[in-house]
Design a protein around this ligand. Structure first.
Ligand code: TUI
Length: 314
């Protein structure tokens, strides 16, 4: 069975994490992933602390396995949510879209395993120095907030820069991706887009359908001008936003255009005004299925590849 040091570190069966997708990854999805042997992660996104606390309790009522919370560092509620994970005794915290330095010591003192997402070698080195338990090296193939580097380029460089376990993310949705991540030196993967099709993922049916119908060129990146590049499906919203971004619309107007667009996609399935976050790998997501089945399929797909690799002529 495919296992790695990450399984021991986090107390999970398979080295698979579910990405903390804002407004999407709730307590129900996280519990299903953890019950399936991976690590389920609740996304705090831009939500206030009460929402996050409620989702943690929902997850804990559904699973005895460890769960994680992803703290989106651009959130106005990041400081409060940082306390909630301590109060609710969450096992793992991942962070995204920024530098979590000021929180790490307190989380570690509370016995929480801290796994920051890094998008550069410099950030990987800083997080290692400050006492992270592991790192997620996320390439720009991923959905949502993206860095500059691709997974192929980032993962081996982060592995060289740290003695910590490295989890690869961005562009991974099947056994080939998991095997490739191991080849690059990672000891686990985080998948977001693949879990959008999970039975337990409660996004609007329009969102699921768009993911299941996506092709290789279906995503684009917007938001670079305001310094927060975000990858989403190429929809009317993304095209209009992009036009505004490069057409001289003022910063505050641009900011206002993006506000609430993700919720409109997730909750209303609004095909015109919704922002449908997705990674570039959406075309590999073929059907709706339970989270546990997704994890099993990915792990079972990687095993023969990694076995065969041992026989390749070098
Ligand atoms: O965080 C994500 N993905 C996300 S967060 C999100 S919600 C959102 N809402 C409004 C604006 C932006 C996002 C949707 N998707 N992924 C993890 C990730 N973190 N990718 C890249 C990074 C990252 C980038 C820079 C981590 C650290 C970093 O450091 C910069 C610095 O030096 O502070």
């Amino acid at each position: 069975m495919l296992r790695s040091e990450l399984c021991q570190l986090l107390g999970i069966t398979y080295p698979v994490l579910q990405g903390g997708m804002a407004w999407i990854a709730d307590g129900v999805l996280a519990a299903a992933v953890s019950n399936g042997g991976g690590l389920g992660i609740i996304a705090a996104g831009n939500a206030p602390q009460d929402y996050v606390r409620e989702q943690i309790r929902i997850a804990k009522a559904r699973t005895k396995q460890p769960i994680g919370v992803n703290i989106m560092l651009l959130s106005p509620y990041a400081d409060e949510v940082a306390q909630v994970v301590i109060e609710e005794q969450v096992e793992v915290v991942t962070t995204g879209a920024g530098n979590p330095s000021k929180y790490i010591k307190e989380w570690r003192n509370a016995g929480i395993k801290v796994i920051p997402v890094v998008a550069s070698v410099a950030m990987a080195k800083l997080m290692t120095r400050l006492g992270a338990s592991a790192l997620i090296a996320e390439g720009g193939e991923s959905g949502g907030h993206v860095g500059e580097l691709t997974t192929m380029v980032l993962v081996p460089q982060v592995c060289d820069a740290t003695p910590l376990p490295v989890i690869a993310a961005g562009g991974i949705a099947d056994g080939r991706g998991l095997a490739a991540a191991f080849m690059l030196g990672a000891c686990g993967v985080q998948m977001g887009t693949r879990f959008l099709s999970a039975t337990e993922c409660s996004i609007h049916p329009n969102y699921k359908e768009k993911i299941l119908k996506a092709n290789d060129l279906c995503t684009m990146v917007t938001g670079k001008r305001l310094g927060h590049p975000v990858r989403s499906l190429r929809t009317p919203f993304a095209r209009n936003y992009s036009k505004a971004e490069y057409g001289g619309v003022a910063d505050d107007e641009l900011e206002a255009m993006g506000t609430g667009a993700l919720q409109l996609a997730v909750q209303e399935g609004d095909l015109e005004k919704g922002c449908f976050l997705s990674g570039q790998i959406a075309a590999l997501v073929k059907k709706e299925q339970p989270s546990a089945e997704i994890i099993k399929e990915v792990v079972d797909g990687a095993e023969p590849i990694l076995k065969e690799a041992a026989t390749w002529v070098r």
